[in-house]
Ligand binder design. Structure first.
Ligand code: F6R
Length: 611
């Protein structure tokens, strides 16, 4: 949440920062701003998207070789110019950008007000900046020292970057809880919330750790802890290409990412699943395989779409490993003093690897001695680094705010893990293991076939685009897919939608059914199929409109539905990866038909780094 970019070096800072902010807009788009040193400190900021800021700056002299920029997802204070970052200190000498939340800002603000400070915004950021300013003005030491003193008092999460008019050759940054990557160029440094603003300039980066302060000049990077001790920066090589973060001819990132799934799932399976030799190799969990085999319980922690992947995994793990699984919302888990015993294994699922609730939940489970395995998409992210082991989903950068290809990557990883453990444990027969392995191997091809339905799905979307509500139903492995379908529709088209287990509908939601209610059934052939067909009958009997995702050749389901989307048959354990494709496309086409910005749906941000 919130994207930050900063630059120091020999280039013009503004174009570097502007381009970087556009790449980070998925993190928030309530307002944008830049601060530059051009004959003094100049701050420009504007409510709205980065393009709105850019428009207001046309024709201005923005020359500067140092600068900071921010794109905001509002937490404290409404989205408006006044609350936009960068903020300015009282004496106008310092400017700061911030991603995160300062929890004790009210107390600090009180102290500053009693000293005569005035505030122009409602933000916690302005409070932290003026707190640093106050320490700096009343202290002999450097700004860097004032930052360290201030941060020792701060409760919360932050990445901050400070620009100081009195020190035009230095940026000061610090991190706790929110992400910060520093790109190392020749005589230049780039700072950003993720690597996407950096990759076209350098592939050498440093991921700053919690409680570290960076003092950055164009040809020097010093890292220190809050105790003023130097830390050697650990330089990592980025494995990311520019093309991966561009739209590549698609209208939206979301559509590109939906269509990338045959290849992203293939990349996820590659090198791990060997259908020819009948093996699954996952180096990141190898070391913990025995703990998993002997686990008393698996606890899955995640949020949103990743939580839905966790629900599918619960069904799969319990079926093939017979280990009890609990799936927890990270935000609930972290605050309710959960019971975590020795012998429990935690699986944390996260696309971004930066979700604050998931991160804190992991830390609390870790302090209870649990083994943490991360299923993460963003390489080098906080959750990836804090987990003991795990596996990357290898879906590549996901830029559309609604998660699509990361979800299928998560399912691929979790299925491989479950099959491997089931085989090791002896709860999954060799014969069924080989069958499921082959089914998994066929997923990229079957996803391609499901994507061929896009025109049909677009027609269905146009037909139902004016619906006020929608119900999504499925049973067993398809129940989480119903939840995911409803979430996608809510996010992208702002239509109220609910996902339910199909049988549960009779216990309440059926009261909503009338001739105006579209009911989406995930009704592919599985052990519950006959039951699902009965549920479809129940909706039809009440004049509801049935849209059904059905297996090819299933005439009975086809005959019952008003609109049918046909997908290839797959074993029920594997089918969720295929059945989710129509859910994603339906939401996408309805959102587009309604004229919404599907890549940046209102009020959302891609990476929820605040709790
Ligand atoms: C939905 C969506 C969110 C995320 C959730 C968790 O389309 O994107 O629900 O799934 O915010 O994010 P990660 O997976 O990054 O932890």
């Amino acid at each position: 949440m919130c994207g930050i970019v900063a630059y120091i070096g020999h280039r013009e800072a503004y174009p570097v920062i502007l381009k970087g902010l556009k790449r980070l807009e998925y993190r928030g788009y309530d307002s944008a701003g830049v601060a530059l040193l051009n004959g003094g400190l100049k701050v420009y900021k504007k409510q709205g998207k980065v393009a709105d800021l850019e428009e207001t700056l046309v024709g201005k002299d923005l020359h500067s070789n140092i600068g900071i920029g921010h794109t905001r997802w509002a937490t404290h204070g409404e989205p408006c110019d006044r609350n936009a970052h960068p903020h300015l200190s009282g004496n106008g000498k310092l400017s700061m950008i911030h991603n995160g939340i300062i929890e004790n800002y009210v107390q600090i603000k009180k102290e500053l007000v009693s000293k005569g400070y005035e505030f122009v915004s409602d933000t916690d950021t302005e409070v932290l900046l003026k707190f640093i300013e106050d320490i700096h003005l009343n202290n002999e030491g450097s700004l860097e020292e004032a930052v360290r003193i201030a941060l020792k008092r701060v409760v919360g999460a932050y990445v901050i970057v400070l620009l100081d008019a009195d020190n035009p050759d230095t940026l000061i940054a610090a991190r706790k809880g929110s992400p910060l990557v520093i790109g190392i160029g020749k005589g230049e440094h780039f700072l950003a919330s993720d690597a996407s603003p950096i990759i076209e300039y350098t592939k050498e980066v440093v991921y700053v750790n919690d409680y570290e302060v960076a003092i950055i000049k164009k040809d020097e990077l010093i890292l220190k802890n809050l105790g003023n001790e130097k830390i050697t920066p650990f330089i990592t090589k980025l494995d990311l290409e520019l093309a991966a973060i561009e739209k590549g001819g698609y209208d939206h990132f979301m559509l590109k990412e939906i269509f990338e799934q045959p290849s992203t799932i293939f990349d996820c399976l590659r090198g791990r699943l060997d259908a020819h030799n009948g093996t699954i190799t996952m180096s990141g969990i190898q070391q913990y395989a025995d703990q998993l085999v002997n686990a008393n319980r698996i606890i899955i922690i995640a949020c949103g779409t990743s939580w839905h992947a966790g629900l599918v995994a619960e069904y799969i793990f319990e079926e093939v490993t017979r280990i009890p699984v609990e799936v927890e919302y990270a935000s609930e888990f972290r605050y309710r003093n959960p019971i975590v015993n020795k012998g429990d294994v935690i699986i944390a699922i996260s696309q971004s690897g930066e979700t604050a609730d998931t991160l804190v939940a992991i830390e609390s489970a870790k302090s209870n001695g649990a083994i943490i395995l991360g299923v993460v998409n963003v390489v080098g992210s906080s959750i990836a680094r804090t987990s003991h082991g795990g596996a990357y989903t290898h879906a590549g950068p996901e830029i559309g705010v609604a998660s699509t290809k990361a979800f299928t990557g998560q399912l691929a990883v979790l299925t491989m893990m479950a099959l491997k453990i089931g085989l090791m444990k002896g709860t999954l027969s060799e014969k069924r293991f080989i069958h499921l392995l082959n089914e998994l191997n066929d997923v990229p091809e079957k996803v391609s076939a499901a994507l061929l339905q896009h025109e049909k799905i677009r027609e269905i979307a146009l037909k139902y685009q004016d619906a006020k509500d929608a119900l999504y139903l499925g049973r067993g492995y398809n129940f989480p897919i119903a939840l995911e379908g409803a979430l996608k529709l809510k996010e992208i088209s702002y239509i109220h939608a609910e996902g339910y287990p199909a049988a549960e509908m009779k216990h309440g939601p059926i009261a909503l059914v009338d001739e105006n209610l579209p009911v989406v059934f995930v009704a592919t052939k599985d052990s519950f199929h006959e039951k699902v067909l009965s549920n479809m009958q129940e909706i039809k009997a009440r004049k509801g409109k049935v849209i059904a995702v059905v297996s090819e050749g299933d005439d009975a389901a086809d005959a019952l539905a008003d609109d049918t989307i046909i997908v290839p048959y797959a074993d029920e354990l594997i089918a969720p990866m295929i059945n989710v494709i129509p859910m994603q496309l339906l939401a996408y086409y309805i959102g587009v038909a309604k004229g919404f910005d599907v890549d940046k749906p209102r009020n959302l941000a891609k990476s929820v780094t605040v709790e």
